[in-house]
Design a protein around this ligand. Structure first.
Ligand SMILES: Nc1ncnc2c1ncn2[C@@H]1O[C@H](COP(=O)(O)OP(=O)(O)OP(=O)(O)O)[C@@H](O)[C@H]1O
Ligand SMILES: [Mg+2]
Length: 389
């Protein structure tokens, strides 16, 4: 199975599971809060009854004891007893600010009554025909229970995000080390046989009977090619050398080289609309980019068709558009083509475009993307480089 499809499914399942946990936890705390609201209402009802009883009944030892027990049992719900006009008479479980003076307490209680009115209907109690009201608000536990899931979810969200960023960063750093390490090692390994091949080439060029043999020049060409490849690997491994280059010239050189090596059924054309604009480039790596994109184009057109390159300057950028007449890329695949290992070819590694993207983005600070693609209509890749002024 395609690892990107699998990856997507795993991510989707994790997200769905996360949503389920979030919704479940919200529903459950809401249920708990509702039950606590009911209990607090019952507690206050009982509290009101006890107050009423304590104030109006004939003194009776048992009743007084019971009423006092009930009144004292409320240690969490803030309550204020007020008269008909809303003047506070007494209060319980109210947290006065520490620095508050006694004379300001009545005003504070009045403002608390306003808050309480918004939360719950007051309970009416009557003492000898006088109407009084008990106002109350949610206990601290209930308030905390209401906010808790949001605090908890924000913390989980923050932690997951931080974890994701850290994981992504370390994965990218690791990938980068693998790329660079492998490239350095390859360049290093190729270096030794290559230098002896150079010596053999020079010997063949000078000594009879080899110097007159056309095979000698063919051999020399292949050795040069090996040298180019080794240079590319060593550039990836090192901090690539950058120099100011005329973009159109670099592209043209590479196209000329490719032309000589591809079948005549593929036609190349190039238009430069920049008047010889330049950009900072690593020629060796840029050659690799052009080669990879053109090779993909040729594969996509089954060896027959056209490749048109259009270089233009837009503001402070140089855009290199490479358009082929190939079979196009399905819309749902466009996002995946730059990922390592994504290939639709029997003998492909799916590394060409990954390398291209790394070279453009990391070594040149540019961008590469699919500008346009249509099934059987061809594909255009766009490379953007910083224009030199
Ligand atoms: N010009 C194009 N037209 C259509 N499809 C393309 C084009 N360029 C790339 N693709 C698609 O993107 C895939 C990935 O390309 P990439 O160059 O990364 O790997 P590859 O060519 O399959 O293998 P290799 O590692 O040998 O380059 C290709 O298999 C192909 O499906
Ligand atoms: Mg390729």
């Amino acid at each position: 199975m395609d690892i990107y499809k699998l990856n997507f499914r795993i991510k989707l399942s994790i997200v769905l599971l996360g949503i389920l946990v979030v919704v479940g936890s919200l529903i459950y705390t809401d249920y708990l809060a509702k039950r606590l609201v009911e209990r607090e209402r019952k507690l206050i009802d009982l509290y009101a009854k006890a107050l009423e009883t304590a104030a109006t009944q004939e003194p009776n030892a048992n009743m007084a004891f019971l009423s006092e027990k009930i009144i004292n049992a409320n240690t969490s719900v803030p309550v204020i007893l007020a008269d008909e006009k809303g003047e506070p008479l007494s209060s319980k479980n109210i947290d006065f600010p520490a620095s508050m003076k006694v004379k300001d307490q009545t005003a504070f209680l009045e403002s608390e009554i306003e808050t309480m009115k918004e939360q719950h209907e007051p309970i009416l109690i009557e003492f000898y025909g006088m109407k009084n009201f008990i106002y109350y608000k949610d206990s601290q536990i209930l308030t905390m229970l209401r906010y808790y899931p949001y605090i908890q979810l924000s913390a989980i969200l923050f932690l997951s995000l931080a974890g994701y960023v850290a994981f992504n960063y370390s994965r990218k750093a690791e990938q980068s080390r693998v790329w660079v390490g492998l490239a350095k090692e390859t360049a290093h390994q190729l270096g030794t046989p290559l230098s002896s091949l150079f010596a053999i080439r020079d010997y063949f060029r000078e000594e009879a009977p080899f110097k007159d043999d056309p095979m000698t020049e063919e051999l020399a060409k292949d050795i040069d090619r090996l040298n180019v490849i080794t240079a590319r690997f060593s550039q990836i491994g090192l901090e690539g050398k950058l120099s100011s280059e005329i973009v159109a010239n670099v592209i043209e050189e590479n196209i000329d080289y490719l032309k000589s090596r591809t079948s005549s059924y593929v036609t190349y054309s190039m238009k430069d609309n920049t008047d010889g604009a330049s950009a900072v480039m690593n020629i060796s790596l840029m050659g690799w980019v052009i080669e990879n994109i053109c090779k993909n184009a040729i594969d996509a057109m089954d060896g027959r068709g056209s490749i048109a390159i259009d270089i233009s300057a837009v503001k402070n950028k140089i855009c290199i558009d490479i358009k082929d007449s190939g079979k196009g890329i399905p819309k749902n695949k466009i996002k995946s083509i730059f990922k390592p290992g994504f290939t639709t070819k029997k003998r492909g590694w799916g590394l060409g475009l990954t390398l291209v993207k790394r070279i453009i983005e990391e070594y040149h600070g540019g961008e590469i993307y699919v500008l346009q693609s249509g099934i059987e209509k061809g594909t255009t890749f766009r490379i953007e480089l910083k224009k030199e002024v």
